[in-house]
Design a protein around this ligand. Structure first.
Ligand SMILES: Nc1ncnc2c1ncn2[C@@H]1O[C@H](COP(=O)(O)OP(=O)(O)OP(=O)(O)O)[C@@H](O)[C@H]1O
Ligand SMILES: [Mg+2]
Length: 251
């Protein structure tokens, strides 16, 4: 844990080669508020990583900093995606580099149908999955292609938000509480699609209050507590470790 990925050419690559997505010594502020307090972790290509922690731990701030959103306003440290320095980029550049953030509020665009929401996402190059392929993944969206996106049910809106991310050619999907407010049967449905997305080679970071569901899906987990990392290891280890769960996840 907290091993600096090697970004130089001449050091020992075997011990410290950067992972697919490497976050090194990242700090983030909202104004004077110091929120993310020097975190380092790796996400390996093709895996699902569950980023967990109590309310206010800094999970959303971490995702937003990786996606280079305007808030948190000041971030320090290095973020590398497939040898690209995200820490030097603005959000639209990070999106082009392959980051797809699905925010907690889902951000469906009012006044646009399901299909128009997807078409709008495809205006940005490079284009990802075709709309037909997205409807294969989410048949409910295909059935409702003409319906206004904001009138979909919560679960359908979550599907549209994920589909919209895939409509661009992304390498990493960042999901902020995708199961929030959804019935277990809908969570099952979305989980199946996340497994399919993984099988297509896309790397996923999932933030979830429903930690058990996220851990059952994930390969590995990173747990945050007040802006610092307190665990970095396998998801199974967290599921088996009742003490860890009680202390940092309250489950
Ligand atoms: N725009 C903002 N301005 C100031 N402080 C903020 C802002 N957004 C978040 N914070 C603060 O940063 C801290 C971390 O928030 P963050 O949203 O990253 O936590 P989280 O782990 O996602 O929590 P939750 O599980 O409740 O979603 C909190 O103390 C929060 O109040
Ligand atoms: Mg959050």
């Amino acid at each position: 844990m907290n091993v600096k990925p090697d970004f130089s050419k001449n050091a020992n690559m075997a011990a410290t080669a950067p992972a697919f997505l490497s976050i090194y010594d990242m700090h983030a502020y909202y104004g004077e508020s110091y929120i993310v307090q020097g975190i380092s972790f790796n996400v390996h290509e093709g895996e699902i990583l569950a980023l967990l922690g109590r309310n206010g731990a800094g999970k959303t701030s971490t995702l937003r900093a990786v996606a280079r959103m305007d808030a948190p306003q000041a971030t320090y440290g290095e973020i590398w995606l497939d040898h690209q320095p995200l820490h030097k980029m603005k959000s639209h550049q990070a999106a082009r580099a392959g980051i797809g953030l699905v925010p907690e509020d889902r951000s469906i665009i009012p006044g646009l149908s399901v299909e128009e929401n997807l078409q709008l996402a495809q205006i940005a190059e490079p284009v990802g999955w075709s709309i037909d392929r997205l409807y294969d993944l989410f048949p409910r969206l295909g059935e409702r292609r003409k319906q206004e996106g904001v009138t979909l049910s919560g679960g359908e809106q979550q599907m549209l938000a994920i589909a919209r991310a895939l409509a661009r050619d992304i390498k990493v999907l960042l999901l902020d509480e995708p199961y929030e407010g959804l019935a277990p049967v809908i969570v099952d449905e979305i989980e199946k699609t996340l497994i399919h997305i993984k099988e297509q080679g896309i790397t996923t970071v999932i933030v979830e209050q429903n930690a058990v569901r996220a851990l059952e899906l994930a390969d590995r987990s990173v747990i945050l507590d007040t802006g610092s990392i307190v665990f970095d290891g396998s998801a199974a280890e967290v599921l088996e470790n009742a003490e860890l769960r009680a202390e940092y996840l309250a489950i």
